[in-house]
Design a protein around this ligand. Structure first.
Ligand SMILES: C[S@@+](CC[C@H](N)C(=O)[O-])C[C@H]1O[C@@H](n2cnc3c(N)ncnc32)[C@H](O)[C@@H]1O
Length: 220
């Protein structure tokens, strides 16, 4: 059976939370949240009360009428056949974010989905918004930057990381999945080392195929 990258990312994220974050009333920010699969996983750990997401593309852009096989829903269902079938065929035109969430939670997390009102309370997704234009006064316990940085210019990537560190509670965690091999990809070691006094030791060699994983814990 082939190992899919979604599973690896989710497992690394689960570990980063388990090892570094105590308590059960936490708040997270998912930058480049896409269909929200990482946010859904977080909530169903029972540790988070609220999860914000910011996503560049508009909500209706999650379904791409012209290119069914490249919808973000389709990508998010990689590695899960029943979910993939749901996204691919008859239901294709009917999918909305809440429906997808319900299917995802049942199929992938083997859990009971929240009712719609609770879903809207817990998951505060902002679509059609560049991270640099997103404003939120809260400090977060966890900030996720998964497969997002390389979409931005090199200069912007550095700004995003510094901003994320500023928006973190002491003891909070930034979880990054970086793809240095892609166009605009950068080697984060050069960026993180000069600011390493702001967080606890980080493993620069945690890698699966072309994905590098970083868990930064902000120093209290
Ligand atoms: C490959 S997807 C990853 C989705 C999710 N984070 C994951 O790992 O499953 C990257 C997403 O980040 C979004 N994105 C990239 N740069 C962004 C920015 N500056 N602000 C908001 N969203 C951004 C893209 O639109 C895309 O949906």
């Amino acid at each position: 059976m082939s190992i899919d990258i979604n599973q690896i990312i989710k497992e690394k994220l689960r570990k980063a939370i388990e090892v570094n974050l105590k308590g059960d009333n936490l708040i997270a920010l998912d930058i480049g949240s896409g269909t929200g699969i990482l946010a859904y996983q977080l909530f169903h750990t029972n540790k988070f009360r609220s999860i914000c997401g910011v996503e560049l593309i508009p909500k209706e852009g999650l379904v791409n009428e012209e290119s069914k096989s490249h919808t973000l829903f389709y990508q998010a269902s990689e590695g899960h056949e029943s979910l993939k079938r749901y996204v691919e065929f008859d239901n294709y035109h009917k999918i909305d974010l809440y429906n997808f969430y319900c299917e995802y939670v049942k199929a992938e997390l083997k859990n009971k989905p929240l009712i719609k009102e609770e879903f809207e309370n817990v998951f505060q997704f902002t679509f059609d918004t560049e991270f640099r234009d997103y404003s939120n006064d809260e400090l977060f316990d966890l900030i996720i930057l998964s497969r997002v940085l390389h979409y931005n210019s090199k200069k912007e990537q550095i700004k995003i990381i510094k901003y994320a560190i500023d928006k973190l509670n002491n003891g909070g965690v930034i979880f990054i999945v970086n793809r240095p091999g892609l166009k605009n990809g950068i080697d984060l070691k050069n960026i993180l080392e000069p600011i390493s006094n702001r967080f606890r030791g980080v493993n620069y060699n945690d890698k699966f195929r072309e994905h590098y994983f970083y868990t930064l814990v902000k120093i209290e």
